[in-house]
Design a protein around this ligand. Structure first.
Ligand code: PLP
Length: 390
């Protein structure tokens, strides 16, 4: 263990050496069922042969040239991504926070192009958008912001899932140019809004000439049971951000835009040395093409139903469980009590899970989970929860 790492993480005392599909192995040879995917990243599983082959081939061909030159895999990925999302243009970044930075800059520039000198973006309570200065300012968590003031200005906050609050902002604030919102709040504990919420936000944006910007960093790439969570409501945003599962572990982020939003950035407005590099774009192209071809979103929907039903049945008698909720394989078990120790308990039993918002067990398993592996996640977790709450 090195003392030379910045003390930014409270990592668990386990080191994984390799993975295969839905399983990981640690340095002692112990096997784990991965129900977290490195926080919604390795959705196609570990060491997925078509992706491994694409990465190996690209590493042996070309890694980096910069955006000073045309990058063919960037063009291919942009075409496939925009076609599958019904969008027009994409800016490639390296992470979710960077994708959201691009969206925030896009919204501000859009405002300035219309003569709004102090453009404001509506963001939500308990939202999570990243750890850079602009994205932590957009994030609705004091824990993330504390100590980093002064925050970036230009954000107006509203309660999540509250259309009346957004309508009130529209009446009173002429400087608003966009809404930035997660279709399901992930870090807040898989908070699923009422059906019709995104559609109502779309209507308000259209009425006020605002951009609807959806942060699909956690919900996108088939995780919700559709390729993009907004497709559950048949809502098409003006801007959508992606990262996490887009590269299945190879870092890449994307800020995808449509219509007037797609025409905002001009040469010189934004850029990135690594963004859209051949390796990341080839990996993401392989991931997206594979997800489309193998109907991975459908499996996520089916396994999500199965897992949530098994958890509901298995935990029905547990008095400490408030509810099980899910959209596809975004799964939450809300507890009455703080439950962080469950993470270590599950780890001991060979299961990787996460606890967020203090009382919410969060599962983000691989989208390629089989029926038998889904049952294995449920039975392992149910017995851990009973042991914890006894
Ligand atoms: C909804 C959402 N947006 C943005 C981010 C930030 O992504 P990254 O950690 O890749 O910067 C996250 C990360 O958890 C997220 O869940």
């Amino acid at each position: 263990m090195s003392d030379h790492l910045v003390n930014a993480y409270q990592s668990l005392p386990v080191t994984f050496t390799h993975g295969d599909g839905c399983y990981l192995w640690d340095s002692d040879g112990q096997q784990y069922l991965d129900a977290l995917c490195g926080i919604s990243v390795t959705s196609l599983g570990h060491n997925y042969p078509p992706l491994t082959a694409a990465i190996q081939d690209q590493a042996a061909t070309l890694l980096h040239t910069s955006n000073l030159y045309s990058i063919s895999w960037q063009h291919k990925l942009a075409d496939l991504l925009c076609t599958s999302a019904n969008m027009d243009r994409v800016f490639f970044a390296n992470s979710g926070a960077e994708a959201n930075e691009a969206a925030i800059k896009l919204a501000r520039l859009y405002g300035h192009q219309q003569g709004i000198k102090n453009p404001q973006i509506v963001v939500m309570q308990h939202a999570f958008h990243g750890r850079t200065m602009a994205t932590l300012s957009a994030t609705g968590s004091r824990k993330v912001q504390a100590g980093f003031e002064p925050l970036v200005s230009g954000f107006v906050r509203a309660p999540y899932n509250d259309i009346a609050a957004i309508e009130a902002i529209a009446e009173n604030n002429r400087n608003v140019v966009a809404i930035l919102v997660e279709p399901v709040q992930g870090e807040a504990g898989i908070v699923i809004p009422d059906s019709g919420y995104l559609g109502a936000l779309r209507r308000i944006c259209d009425q006020n000439n605002w951009l609807l910007m959806l942060d699909e960093v956690q919900t996108g790439m088939a995780r919700s049971g559709k390729m993009f969570a907004c497709q559950h409501e048949a809502v098409v945003p003006d801007v959508m951000t992606l990262a996490k599962a887009l590269g299945n572990g190879v870092p890449i982020g994307a800020c995808v835009s449509r219509g007037k939003a797609a025409e905002v950035f001009k040469p010189g407005n934004h850029g990135s040395t690594f963004g859209g590099n051949p390796l990341a774009c080839r990996a993401a192209y392989t991931v997206l093409a594979d997800m489309l071809e193998n109907h991975v979103a459908d499996n996520a929907a089916q396994r999500g139903e199965q897992l949530s039903l098994l958890l509901q049945q298995g935990l029905a008698d547990n008095k400490q469980v408030v509810e099980v909720r899910h959209l596809g394989l975004l799964i939450a078990i809300e507890m009455k009590i703080p439950c962080q120790p469950l993470v270590a308990l599950a780890l001991e039993r060979g299961l990787l899970i996460n606890v967020t918002a203090e009382r919410t067990i969060r599962l983000l398993p691989p989208l390629i989970l089989s029926e038998a592996q889904t049952a294995e996640v449920a039975s392992k977790l149910i017995s851990c929860i009973y042991q914890f709450t006894e």
